[in-house]
Design a protein around this ligand. Sequence first.
Ligand SMILES: Cc1ncc(COP(=O)(O)O)c(C=O)c1O
Length: 474
Amino acid sequence: PPAECGACVHQSFVRLSRSFHWLLVVGSFDSSALLVLAATAKTSSCMHRTAARCLTTLARGMIDLRRGHPPTAELPHAALAKACAAAATDLTSNAEAGLAIQYGAPRGCASHLDTLQRWLERRYGSMVRRDGLFTTNGASHGLELCAAALTAPGDEVVMEAPTYFLAAQVFRDHGLSIRSAPVDAGGLDVDALERALRAGTSRPKALYVVPRHGNPSGASLDKDRRAKLAALAREFGFYVFADDVYHLLDWSSAPLRRLLEYDAAYASGESAGGGDSSDPAAAAGGDTAALAIPDDARVVSISSFSKVLAPGLRLGWIEAAPSIVAAVARRGYVVSGGGCAPFTEQIVARVLESGDADTHLDAMRRRCRSRCDALLGALDDAADVLRPLCRPTGGFFVWVEILVEGVTAARLRDACAEDVAFLVGDACDCDGLPIGDVAPACLDRHLRLCFAMLDENELVEGVARIARRARELR
Ligand SMILES: Cc1ncc(COP(=O)(O)O)c(C=O)c1O
């Protein structure tokens, strides 16, 4: 690349690195050539040094287990292209459809919400209340809206430790005071929460939890904890922001009802303990009226198409009691903006109706299952130095403890820096005071590994490299 202009060098490098990566992938460019290039680049300007680092990484075949994104190559490109083309054609061929690019209804486009309700009922295998749905720009936006509508600055919000760390910033933006509750292999420790609530050492306005296939824990709340948490929310008057983004990305043999349904069951006096298995066949047959979400439900299900379709769509939904949906829909910017994503709703409704969303989600579940199994198998081979908190049956992540005395995740990360990357446990801390007499979470001996992005061989090799370095540090 020409050396005179930084921006120009950068652009050239980006183009070159893409080609190198591609050549490496197709196997026609060997890694020693990349190392020579890296050495040459190292002698030059700052931008070239960056290039050198990237080239070295490419040459050594860096295995990156950090990011929790769906793999770009596996996004449903064709299905979305087809739906976009149909939505675009409709804009000119049909006067009604032109409304798709007009301001929309604050809660979301009616036809999309109808389609979403039907699709969710079939996938969840249980009732979804149509007047409880609200279109968002994804789960992060759902959290933002709930924090804005249901909390006030100074209120306490309880988060898991470890938690989906980016949610903590959303709560801080709203001036909430963050407290942390412990997590074990069964997810949020609801007994510890109950002790703190009864002792009065925690008085939350809201509690944020990933009830199914947690990020980063991989853990799921069982039905007893769900029922108890919903009951505590009612008794102590706090909202539960249930982040359900991984709920449908599940391959367990015993699917769980989402937390919201335990709230409904509690309110209607139905025993939440009875029959937890969701039955999509029964739902498809119309047997969906078993539960009704009461108007004063405390649990809000916050979900998204980011993990099950594509994150760039920025489309998600809130499912909650109509009173909560109404509070969210009254937010000034929702009213002023006329709905969050009217045109994207038209596109996604087509993907849901055509069956393409099912095809994609089922393929993703199969792939993620195989990758998760490969990762867990590799961890079994590394059992002398690494231990998973639980064996997830869904989601994207495994949370792993380092068993080597005195070795922290940061030290292991540095030892691995050349050829394998993972998220250190500390990064998953919400930095909140513990809710009660529980010891502060000790996350610095843990790693979060994402299995969604890589193939089975890379996952096995990645874990083998981490284990090798951990043994060297012993
Ligand atoms: C638990 C959890 N919630 C929310 C999100 C973000 O979702 P969205 O893209 O819908 O905003 C993520 C993404 O990694 C996540 O893991």
